[in-house]
Design a protein around this ligand. Structure first.
Ligand SMILES: [Zn+2]
Length: 739
């Protein structure tokens, strides 16, 4: 149908047909050909909402019989999903599972009609029928005869649905305004109601004032809302209804703010109780958080909703882990009396997640692992000083609630459980903001979560880095140079970022302009201009570096030299008069040179630019409360001599009788004997002799030999030095040396 006048003519006919029949069912036979001609389509179905049952029903007359198709308002069917989301939908192929999954993971096409009627549904246009923002039903138009449904069809459908919405309103007894019943019964004047609506900040205040200023009782208000929103009214009745058990998946303050509670009747059938049940996006979020297929929707007065949520409780904290776990085992609704600076009357799972985060920060953990198990409880482990430890267990029944809570906190899609997601969350502890990077990973046993606690606060002072005095003198000389490039290298988790920021902290003075490009920005320092790069959107380290060069820098930090482009740009920047700091994933300082030359960097440019390379590792330090002094054995001394090298042994000044320390274990260190970590370093300086070897692209061995003559000591040598100093034990050296 092309002509606008022609379309208007059909609309007029539709109106006439609807006016001349009392119900839609009676009008259906005459209505159908008109609607199909509007869209040039094969079939239509119109679903009406039923007020006392949260579903949709389509009625057809075949001869004398009336057929009914009932569909719940849920994402499990196309009509149900459109009713839930209140948004129109065009499906280009209902048999394409991927197309449906992209709309909602649980969306399905019911092919029963197709099968029993030897029909093939090719495409669908599905539109919600709304009146006064309340969902009244859904219209489906199936199989366009020529081509596909267009924007224009969508517009025509929306116009048609305005007409249908009015018809439905009369048929279903819907009202224009939630409080029309009060006007109708002369309980308040229209003018007074308008004034009240305009001067009330939210639904809760409006309802309170209707009750206090106009003496309207709760039941009357409820009936008025029920007629308008086309759902049953439920008042606060704790004998009959209780909070639904998976309530805990939803953030309590979120629910309160939106006046929504998920309650259940004596048979544990879930009911979503809302003060404004026409809020489709809220309903969609609740629906996906609950992850259940069937539930009812009801309207409640705002303060009743809050009563179900247990609004009377206040000011309790996350509580002890054991208490929360006990509580999970019994009931979620009990309140406890623990005090903490955090949170409110959140359900147990919310407090459990909060407790896990607090413990992680208190124990100085770097990562938290929430690992689902195929059978048995979920393990919660934390990486502390580089080692994973079992911290607690969560009953398997609460696994998905815990994951959902973490996802809500990190603004991830709760419904999406099949693909990994990345997000961030932040919480406050002792007034300090703690940032956490969150990664979800689907496993065969369920969805797992790994959280990394980002180092917060400022930089570590350079003196705390535990750099050996000879290395410190050389390092300071290198970074004080007006230009050049200094690389900090090592595997992931070797403390490179901490070191770079300690160096920047040392260099950070008002007369220096410092730019940093990092991914992510973990440590912040006043005076630095820090930039978060985002390779996903094409803002790379190389882009940032080019931007910095136009911004008058003295010192530039590039988070990582991931590729040739970045390495090349970094060297160019240092050759044009800037101090550049960066990192690389290489194992040793000399190896870094060959890696960069292999990338295709010019050996002359690189060796001219480079001032030094600092390789580093983290080793665990002995617990200062319980470390135990002992007389070094012959084996220990032989190990030290072999690892440090006979040629260098003199500089250690080993005494006649050497005393070392070993791990013991006490309460302070969780019986491990270790507490905290420290760096071991290998500092290569670019001397003229070494430079000539780089020009020649000499072997790693040759460059290492020269670097050691110039004063470099290996990671293992530095670790030995720290054993003798009493920081750590021989076992930790073996980890560095791989022996
Ligand atoms: Zn100890």
């Amino acid at each position: 149908m092309s002509d606008m006048n022609e379309i208007q003519l059909v609309f007029d006919k539709v109106n006439t047909v609807l006016d001349s029949h009392t119900t839609l069912l009676d009008a259906y036979k005459e209505l159908e050909p008109l609607v199909l001609s509007l869209f040039d389509a094969q079939r239509m179905s119109i679903f009406q909402r039923r007020r006392q049952h949260q579903d949709l029903v389509a009625r057809f007359k075949t001869g004398k019989e009336t057929l009914e198709i009932k569909v719940p308002i849920s994402p499990l069917s196309i009509a149900g999903y459109v009713a839930l989301s209140q948004r129109p939908l065009v499906i280009s192929d209902p048999y394409d599972k991927e197309e449906l999954a992209a709309i909602h993971p649980r969306l399905r096409f019911a092919d029963k009609f197709d099968k029993s009627n030897d029909f093939r549904t090719r495409n669908i246009l599905c539109i919600p029928i709304l009146h006064a923002d309340v969902m009244m039903g859904v219209m489906q138009i199936i199989n366009k005869n020529h081509g596909v449904f267009t924007e224009r069809d969508l517009k025509i459908a929306q116009k048609l649905n305005d007409i249908l919405g009015k018809k439905f309103r009369y048929e279903l007894g819907g009202t224009q305004n939630p409080f029309d019943l009060l006007l109708h019964e002369n309980l308040i004047s229209e003018k007074a109601l308008n004034e009240l609506q305009e001067s009330s900040s939210d639904m809760r205040q409006l309802v309170q004032r209707l009750m206090s200023e106009y003496r309207i009782n709760e039941d009357k208000l409820g009936t008025s809302l029920s007629i308008h929103f086309q759902v049953p009214f439920i008042s606060f009745d704790p004998e009959k209804y209780h909070l639904y058990h998976s309530e805990s998946r939803l953030n309590a303050s979120y629910l309160k703010r939106n006046f929504v509670a998920v309650i259940a009747d004596a048979h544990d059938n879930p009911i979503v109780l809302m003060a404004e049940p026409n809020n489709a996006s809220l309903l969609m979020e609740i629906e996906s958080a609950l992850g259940i297929d069937s539930y009812d929707i009801a309207v409640g007065l705002p303060n009743h909703v809050l009563q179900y949520l247990g609004d009377s409780v206040g000011g309790s904290g996350p509580g002890e882990m054991s208490e929360i776990l006990d509580e999970i085992g019994t009931s979620v609704e009990e309140s406890d009396e623990s005090t903490d600076e955090l949170s409110d009357d959140a359900p147990a799972v919310v407090r459990l997640v909060s407790r896990i985060l607090h413990d992680a920060k208190r124990l100085n953990a770097s990562d938290i692992h929430v690992d689902p198990e195929k059978s048995g409880p979920t393990r919660v482990r934390m990486r502390i000083d580089g080692i994973c430890r079992d911290i607690t267990q969560v009953p398997a029944s609460h696994h998905s609630a815990v994951i959902a809570r973490i996802k809500i906190m990190s603004h991830l899609n709760i419904a999406e459980k099949r693909v990994p997601q990345d997000g961030k969350l932040a919480f406050k502890m002792a007034g300090q903001l703690v940032e956490v990077r969150v990664a979800t990973i689907p496993t065969v046993a369920g969805e797992g979560v790994v959280m990394r606690i980002l180092a917060s606060g400022g930089a570590m002072p350079i003196e705390k880095m535990n750099v050996a005095p000879t290395n410190m003198i050389r390092l300071e000389e290198m970074i004080k140079k007006p230009h050049g490039i200094l690389l900090v290298v090592g595997p992931t988790g070797s403390g490179k970022t901490t070191t770079l920021h300690a160096l920047l902290g040392y260099l950070n003075t008002p007369e220096k302009k410092i730019w940093t490009a990092e991914d992510p920005v973990e440590i912040t320092q006043p005076g630095l201009q820090q930039v978060q790069v985002s390779p996903k959107i094409g803002f790379t380290f190389a882009n940032a570096l080019r931007a910095f060069l136009r911004a008058d820098p003295d010192i530039i930090l590039i988070g990582e030299m991931r590729d040739k482009e970045t390495a090349h740009a970094g060297i160019e920047a240092s050759l044009t008069g800037h101090m550049v700091l960066s990192t690389l994933h290489t194992n040793s300082a000399p190896e870094t040179i060959t890696r960069l030359l292999d990338l295709g960097l010019d050996p002359v440019n690189f060796s001219d630019a480079c001032v030094g390379i600092l390789a580093q590792r983290l080793i665990r330090t002995l617990c200062s409360d319980c470390k135990e002094k002992y007389q070094a054995s012959d084996t220990d001394i032989a190990f030290i001599k072999r690892q440090y090298g006979e040629a260098y042994l003199d500089e250690l000044n080993l005494p006649e009788s050497l005393e070392l320390y070993r791990a013991k274990g006490c309460d302070a260190c969780g019986d491990t004997g270790y507490r905290g970590r420290t760096g071991v370093h290998e500092l290569l300086g670019m001397t003229p002799e070494l430079r000539s070897l780089v020009y020649k692209e000499a072997s790693v061995e040759a460059m290492k030999g020269q670097a050691m003559q110039d004063g470099m000591r290996t990671l293992v040598q530095d670790a030995i030095y720290k054993v003798i100093k009493g920081d750590t034990d021989i076992a930790q050296v073996q980890i560095v040396s791989g022996d």
